[in-house]
Design a protein around this ligand. Structure first.
Ligand code: HEC
Length: 433
């Protein structure tokens, strides 16, 4: 049993950890993305804010109105696998470091960190009370984190946990595992846990609006169970393994995706399946609907967050971090194209303001961390770097993490020397009055 769970954990690591991360220079023309690694989890915070968590160890809060990164949280030292939004807008993220971080982007409060899992946190859920959190880990445990009082191990599986959910009354936690079981564990002292053996392990689960549980399975099956987990029915059979599932706010449409399956919309009444065109965005790791149900977002292996029309499945705009700001649109030269990977977070002209990152207007000759209207990370303030074409090229040859350790700028490298040169030449020209 022990060996099997180890093996399964290693398999998860292989599947999740060894995906190639494209360098900025390899991105296709017109695509821009801010994450330095695959996007593993998404959480809709409000009508205006979507958060994404990535292997680059950051959580980015995106402004849905303009598709730009608004805040970057770097509260995990490792990949971030799991993310949920509480009703009060605070984000709860789980990392490969086993830590769970609660980050309230709307306030200046420091994030709170709790630890307990001895391996990666793979899944999180918030209880109907809005604050109690359940977590599942590669250490095979399901843990409960009440707002007050100590955390505890609620359940143990024979293999890593893939997904956790609260029942609609908040009295039970449902957990799925690579061991192929679902487990219903009552939170109170009364009642025994119930275990259901599935034909295929569920990789992702979502609660249906009528008390059902929908699951996306390793074999490509999309299935529905009633909340007692007694009756199972097949909804669709797609190319497996599936990795993500979400439900529209009105409960009529399920959205699924996987390693080989692009975003697929399923009408739950008619079981009609609508698949988006096979995009470069495979694997799909995460799916979320907007609050009004009109948009559906995907997070994928190519580091991008995409927006689709939830009715038609068509790509829609403004896409998240895939559209250059208006003043960049007509700039066709190589340096401008390379800069698209930066534009979600940096302005360059006198009219631009600070975004998630400081504006790069008049960057050449400027000392690092010198803008008084921007809050830099503490690590940068003491550094002795003056920005020039040479130092900016070096920043992206080595990557921000190595060149400026402790920075909150997401890790990304520009591996092609010609791209680095084009970028710094272009920056030198456009960042002056
Ligand atoms: C997802 C957001 C994001 C992206 C994408 C991004 N940056 Fe940054 N950048 C930041 C943040 C945040 C900081 C501030 C770092 C800190 O305080 O630790 C920063 C800092 C910098 C600085 C130092 C500025 C100063 O005043 O000292 C430079 C130069 C820079 N970035 C250039 C770039 C370039 C060029 C690209 C594209 C190749 C890029 N960045 C992509 C977020 C980003």
């Amino acid at each position: 049993m022990k060996l099997r769970s180890r093996l399964s954990g290693v398999l998860s690591l292989l599947a999740w950890g060894l995906l190639p991360t494209a360098s900025v220079s390899q991105l296709p023309d017109g695509d821009m993305r801010a994450h330095g690694g695959p996007v593993r989890a998404l959480a809709v915070v409000s009508e205006e804010l979507l958060a994404s968590a990535s292997f680059d160890s950051t959580v980015i809060a995106w402004n849905l109105k303009n598709g730009r990164a608004q805040r970057i949280g770097r509260h995990h030292g490792t990949a971030v696998n799991a993310l949920v939004a509480r009703p009060d807008g605070c984000l709860v993220s789980g990392g490969e470091d086993g830590r769970i971080v609660t980050w309230c982007t709307a306030t200046a409060a420091e994030p709170t960190v709790v630890a307990g899992h001895t391996e990666a946190v793979s899944s999180l859920a918030v209880a109907p009370d809005g604050v109690t959190v359940a977590s599942g880990g590669w250490d095979r445990t399901v843990r409960l984190w009440p707002a007050q009082g100590p955390s505890r191990i609620l359940a143990e599986h024979a293999a890593p946990i893939t997904s956790v959910l609260f029942s609609s009354d908040g009295a039970t936690v449902i957990s799925a595992s690579h061991d192929g079981t679902l487990r219903l564990t009552p939170i109170g002292s009364s009642g025994a846990a119930r275990i259901v053996k599935l034909e295929q392990p569920a990789n992702a689960m979502v609660r249906g609006s009528t008390g059902t549980v929908l699951l996306a399975a390793a074999d490509g099956g999309v299935r529905a169970l009633d909340e007692t987990l007694l009756a199972v029915s097949d909804i669709a059979n797609l190319d497996g393994p599936l990795t993500a599932i979400a439900l529209s706010p009105d409960g009529t449409t399920a959205a699924v995706g996987g390693l080989r399956t692009p975003l697929t919309l399923i009408d739950l009444a008619t079981r009609q399946v609508k698949q988006t065109p096979p995009s470069p965005g495979l694997p799909v790791w995460a799916i979320a609907f907007s609050k009004d149900g009109r948009d559906v977002f995907t997070g994928s292996g190519d580091r991008a967050v995409r927006r689709f029309d939830a009715r038609t499945g068509a790509a829609s705009s403004p896409s998240i971090a895939t559209v250059p700001p208006p003043d960049m649109a007509d700039r066709r030269e190589r340096g401008a194209i390379v800069f698209r990977a930066c534009a979600a977070c940096h302005g360059v002209t006198a009219q631009d303001t600070n975004l998630a990152g400081p504006t790069l207007y008049r960057i050449m000759g400027r000392h690092i961390a010198a803008r008084s209207d921007y809050t830099y990370s503490a690590a940068l303030v003491g550094m002795n770097i003056v920005w020039s074409p040479a130092t900016i090229a070096e920043l992206f040859e080595q990557g921000p993490t190595k060149y400026t350790p402790g920075t909150k700028m997401p890790e990304q490298r520009i591996t092609d020397p010609e791209d680095r040169k084009a970028l710094v030449d272009w920056l030198t020209r456009v960042t002056v009055p």
